[in-house]
Design a binder for this molecule. Structure first.
Ligand code: TEU
Length: 528
């Protein structure tokens, strides 16, 4: 079976993973030095967030050169060495490709700025004499005006001008970039905002909602002019032909398309192999809601032959150890003033890990989730780098709080992140969360992940394949996978009796005289 159908993919945010040269920013040498840790953790692949030359206006999602590594991360030679070393450790590498926009320092955009309105240099982007009503994802209008009076489109930061995907040079360039990295051995690509590339001809206004303002996201009636255009599928068919020239490679699309039929249209034998399923990111810790998400996800994927994916956290959202400690209101918000119960959040995060790794398909682990890291809210404003924070004047704290450098060992910051400091300060109490400390503690989050991943590797029933629900009563989610496996998650608020089967992994100590009681907010894997 193809590796990507059931892979556990570990997301590496390179600025914050490990710092090999002591400059306070993570790099490729740091990743390479921690490959044994990742192999021993038991994941199958690494998805590495953008590593290209970038002014870092958006953490590297503003690419100035798609064929070179940013000096803060290393060199192209380091990347080639990292890919080879990962392969030696049995780990695949998924690169991140950013096709919707480039950096304003990209040679194409610099040429466009230097050229006149109406010039061929400007035709690779969206330049207009009048803006429309589209909004930037990061706040404010999606248009910035130049000195000569023209406006250019940027669905994200002003430093990220959108490419014009109707332009043949844009299409040819990205196919060449895919080949460049495939030739260097990457095993696949995560495609950034895969649904946004094509815009409706003429760039008409977005529909205005009751709020009186056009939105950015999946809201509003379809079709929308700035997302999920039917023409985008032609791009992925062409990309798939390129990818299929190489054995065993895969795409994972990042689309914020909530309509199941439209989402499924990307998952075809001649388009994308998989796509992120973000439903858990917005789903509260509630048995009914989780079951609905699972059913909806399975139904979405049923007809298309692509396996589902499960995502609990990533570099864009509040860490789930914090989300799960919150009451349902304000569940996903990046604000201080929604309290989160740390112990409860960790307890549920442990259960959620077992749930997501037992469901059919492929699961994603965001770096630090295996350590149970919380969101960090009290970062000094001067240290924050996310444009979301700046553009919203701090009303949205932005995404830096889930990007704090990892604590590897030791008793004081930077906790062996590197020999220097760390680009974002780490909380002092992370001394109790270091990988080194957790390795020595069989009850730690890290030990739970390592055990679960080891069991998963040996379990024919896990990964891609069918599941069926077990009826275990109100508030208790249970499902079976053949041969001989079951997962039970207790969201009922009181101890739940286990069905038959020998426990393989449990997120909390089982109770009752015979150890047949699953405590609240806990999960267990059973051999049935
Ligand atoms: O994110 C796509 C995106 O739309 C995000 O803005 C997402 O909706 C939001 O962060 C959820 O809170 C991708 C990358 O993952 C993100 O880091 C980049 O900033 C963005 O694209 C632009 O490249």
């Amino acid at each position: 079976m193809s590796w990507w159908r059931g892979a556990v993919v570990y997301q590496v945010y390179p600025r914050s993973f490990a710092d090999g040269n002591g400059d306070g920013v993570g790099d490729l040498a740091g990743i390479e030095s921690r490959l044994p840790y990742l192999r021993d953790l038991g994941v199958d692949a690494l998805w590495i967030n953008p590593w290209y030359v970038s002014p870092m206006a958006d953490g590297g999602y503003d690419v100035a050169d798609y064929r070179a590594i940013d000096p803060v991360f290393g060199t192209l030679w380091d990347a080639e060495r990292l890919i080879r070393a990962a392969h030696r450790h049995g780990l695949r590498i998924i690169a991140d490709i950013v096709p919707n926009h480039v950096s304003d320092r990209h040679p194409w955009f610099r040429a466009a700025l230097a050229a006149a309105p109406g010039s061929p240099e400007r035709a690779r982007f969206h330049f207009r004499d009048e803006p429309n009503n589209w909004r930037s994802r990061f706040g404010g209008p999606a248009w910035t005006r130049l000195g000569d009076g023209q406006w250019y489109l940027h669905l994200f930061d002003a430093a990220q001008p959108d490419l014009n995907w109707d332009h043949p040079e844009v299409r040819a360039e990205f196919e060449a970039v895919l080949r460049f990295w495939l030739d260097r051995g990457v095993d696949g690509f995560r495609i950034d905002v895969a649904d946004r590339l094509v815009k409706e001809a003429g760039l008409p206004d977005r529909p205005v909602r009751e709020t009186g303002a056009p939105g950015f996201g999946s809201d509003g009636p379809r079709p929308q002019p700035d997302k999920d255009r039917p023409e985008v599928h032609g791009i992925y068919r062409a990309w798939r032909r390129v990818l299929d020239e190489y054995p065993d490679r895969a795409f994972v699309g990042e689309m914020w398309v909530t309509d199941p039929d439209r989402f499924a249209m990307y998952l075809r034998p001649d388009e994308l192999h998989t796509a992120f399923n973000f439903a858990f990111l917005k789903c509260a810790w509630d048995a009914g809601a989780l079951r609905e998400v699972v059913d909806r996800t399975l139904a979405t994927h049923a007809g298309v032959g692509a396996p589902p994916t499960w995502v609990l956290s990533n570099h864009d959202v509040t860490r789930h150890a914090t989300r799960y400690g919150r009451a349902d209101t304000g569940f996903v918000k990046r604000v201080h003033d929604v309290p989160s119960d740390r112990a409860l959040g960790v307890r549920r995060a442990r259960a959620a890990a077992l749930l997501s790794m037992a469901l059919p398909g492929s699961a994603y682990v965001y770096q630090g989730d295996e350590l149970g890291l919380p969101e960090v809210f009290d970062l000094p404003a001067a240290a924050r780098e996310d444009p979301v924070f700046r553009r919203t004047g701090g009303a949205d704290l932005g995404r830096d709080g889930c990007r704090v450098p990892l604590p590897w060992g030791g008793d004081a910051a930077p906790f062996e992140f590197g020999a220097g400091g760390s680009w974002l300060p780490q909380p002092a109490d992370w001394r109790d969360l270091t990988a080194a400390r957790q390795l020595g503690d069989p009850a730690s989050m890290l030990s739970l992940y390592r055990l679960a991943l080891r069991v998963r590797r040996g379990e024919a029933a896990l990964g891609d394949g069918p599941m069926r629900w077990l009826d275990l009563g109100e508030g208790v989610l249970g499902f079976a996978r053949d041969p001989g496996f079951a997962c039970v998650v207790n969201l009922s608020g009181r101890p739940a009796a286990l069905p038959e089967g020998a426990p393989l992994v449990a997120s909390a100590e089982l109770g009752g005289p015979a150890g047949r009681l699953l405590p609240p907010d806990a999960a267990v894997w059973l051999r049935t």
